[in-house]
Each structure stands twice: as structure tokens, then as C-alpha cells.
Design a protein around this ligand. Structure first.
Ligand SMILES: NC(=O)c1ccc[n+]([C@@H]2O[C@H](COP(=O)([O-])OP(=O)(O)OC[C@H]3O[C@@H](n4cnc5c(N)ncnc54)[C@H](OP(=O)(O)O)[C@@H]3O)[C@@H](O)[C@H]2O)c1
Length: 249
């Protein structure tokens, strides 16, 4: 999949999954562009990548909620990229549902970061990907987007919208030979799940990062991670609404 004439744009590069992904991609021979809000953190990651892999690693600031800055951001990425551009998108936010119930501005922000942000950026990147007629896009969605639940329905609905957007983008980019992989993780051991009582163990970010790179290479359309979330979500999906609405999770 990767080679010296490839660049992975890693958006949300302070996420442990994205950090691990950038390291995996650079170890496989790709350049990386780290994009996110915390420049100090990304500079440290870029330096670590250069030392460990010898790959080129650059840093560009990205704020999902500032769409007016996205065209300039894409320009900057194109200046840094070598060869085929690939995109790994890990930006996301998951406030507590109770907090969003009390404060609708927090709910709006969740939709803005998890849905409007990636739509804005990927809409700008799509013509670039079409023009190069190759490449891969990998986006972290969530199993939470498969069914609206009492405890997480604003976050879940933002991911559901993202999943549908990606279905359309996949169809568009297919005709240009560009793969779009939607990754739906269950629980991953990051700050997003820190301190939560989870019904199942959280998977290590590094394993998810490896799976993302593997599936990008294979051109897989939709990935559940770990794999057992697919049958779990299939089972949950067939529970009738009149029963499902009684559940308190
Ligand atoms: N952890 C899980 O169990 C789990 C499960 C399913 C799906 N996911 C998804 O996996 C992805 C990575 O999450 P994570 O678990 O690694 O959590 P995380 O460590 O909180 O990572 C979230 C990333 O999103 C960035 N971000 C948040 N708001 C942003 C904004 N307005 N503009 C730009 N960047 C912003 C964060 O940057 P800052 O460092 O600047 O805040 C960080 O890089 C997310 O899309 C999440 O929804 C996670």
C-alpha cells in the first residue's frame, strides 16, 4: 500500500489512534502530515517519527470548527505532500449525553466537529483525490452511529450522518480508483473512554491503527473493530423500537 511516493495526511493527530497510525504509515515508507490543534504535541510526534523511521513528517494546524480556514489548510497540505495523498481522519468529540441535554450548544458543537468538519474538509480534498486517480481515505466513525441509544444519541447521530456521507463519498471516489474505508470502533483505550465503566474491555489504539492501515491497503469499505462489534450491532439492529426504547443504556 505505502511506498516512498506516498503521503498520509493524519487529521486529529493528537488522538492516540492517529499517533499510532502515523507511526505505522511512516514505518511502511510513507511521508506523514500531522494535522490538529495542539502544535507542541504534534511537533513531538513528528520528531519521534523522524527518529524512529527516517520518514518525512510535517505539522499543520487544523480546527474542524473553522471551515473558512479549510481551503488554506488543503493548500498547505498540497505543498507538503509527495506523491499520492492518502487521508486518515480521527477527529471526534464525545461530551456526556446529560451535559448535551442541559446545554444544546454542546450538542451543536458535537455535530459540528464530528460531521460538518469532516464534510467540509473531505469535500475540499475529493477533487484532489479524483485528480490523482489513486489513494485511500480512512475515517473513524463509531458503532454508536449504528443505533440511537439513550446514553449517547447526539454523538451517535453525528457518527451516523458521517457514515452516510462516507457511503456517498465512497461511490464518488470509486470512479477515480480511490478507496474510502469507514472504521467503526467499539471501545478503544483513549481519553474518550477514560474513567468510563465499560461492559467490554477497551482495545489498544495501536491494534486499531494497524487494522486501519491494513484495511486501507485492501480497500475494505466498512470495518468493525474489534470484529465482534459487527455481530453485536447486527443483533442490536433487529431489536424492535418498541422494545429498544425501554433499554436504559
Ligand atoms: N475511544 C473510543 O472508544 C472510540 C470509539 C469509537 C470511535 N472513536 C472515534 O475515534 C476517533 C479518535 O478518538 P480517540 O478515542 O482517539 O479520542 P481523543 O484522544 O479524544 O481524540 C480526538 C481527536 O479529535 C481532535 N479534535 C477534537 N475536537 C477538534 C476540533 N474542533 N478540531 C480539530 N480537532 C479536534 C482532538 O484534538 P485535541 O487533542 O486538540 O483535543 C483529538 O486529536 C474519534 O473520531 C472518535 O469519535 C473512538
Amino acid at each position: 500500500m505505502t511506498g516512498s511516493a506516498e503521503t498520509w495526511l493524519v487529521v486529529g493527530a493528537t488522538s492516540p489512534v492517529a499517533r499510532a497510525f502515523a507511526l505505522e504509515a511512516s514505518a511502511a515508507g510513507s511521508d506523514v502530515i500531522l494535522a490538529g490543534r495542539d502544535e507542541d504535541d504534534m511537533v513531538a510526534t513528528a520528531s519521534d517519527i523522524r527518529i524512529r523511521t527516517g520518514a518525512r513528517a510535517s505539522v499543520i494546524r487544523f480546527e474542524a470548527e473553522h471551515p473558512d480556514a479549510h481551503p488554506g489548510f488543503v493548500e498547505a497540505c498540497l505543498e507538503h505532500r509527495r506523491g499520492i495523498l492518502n487521508v486518515f481522519f480521527a477527529v471526534g468529540t464525545m461530551p456526556m449525553q446529560e451535559d448535551m441535554d442541559r446545554d444544546p450548544s454542546l450538542a451543536r458543537r458535537t455535530g459540528s466537529v464530528n460531521y460538518l468538519g469532516p464534510v467540509s474538509l473531505l469535500s475540499l480534498l475529493a477533487p484532489v483525490l479524483e485528480e490523482q486517480k489513486a489513494g485511500a481515505v480512512v475515517v473513524l466513525g463509531s458503532v454508536a452511529g449504528d443505533r440511537g441509544r439513550l446514553s449517547n444519541y447526539v454523538y451517535g447521530s453525528s457518527k451516523a450522518a458521517l457514515h452516510v456521507y462516507l457511503q456517498g463519498l465512497r461511490a464518488r471516489l470509486f470512479h477515480a480508483g480511490v478507496g474510502v474505508t469507514t472504521v467503526k470502533p467499539g471501545f478503544i483505550d483513549t481519553s474518550m473512554t477514560w474513567g468510563e465503566q465499560l461492559p467490554l474491555p477497551a482495545a489498544p489504539p495501536r491494534k486499531l491503527a494497524r487494522a486501519c492501515l491494513d484495511h486501507a491497503g485492501k480497500g475494505t469499505e466498512v470495518v468493525y473493530f474489534p470484529w465482534f462489534w459487527r455481530p453485536i450491532m447486527t443483533l442490536l439492529g433487529v431489536v424492535p423500537e418498541r422494545v429498544f426504547k425501554r433499554f436504559r443504556f
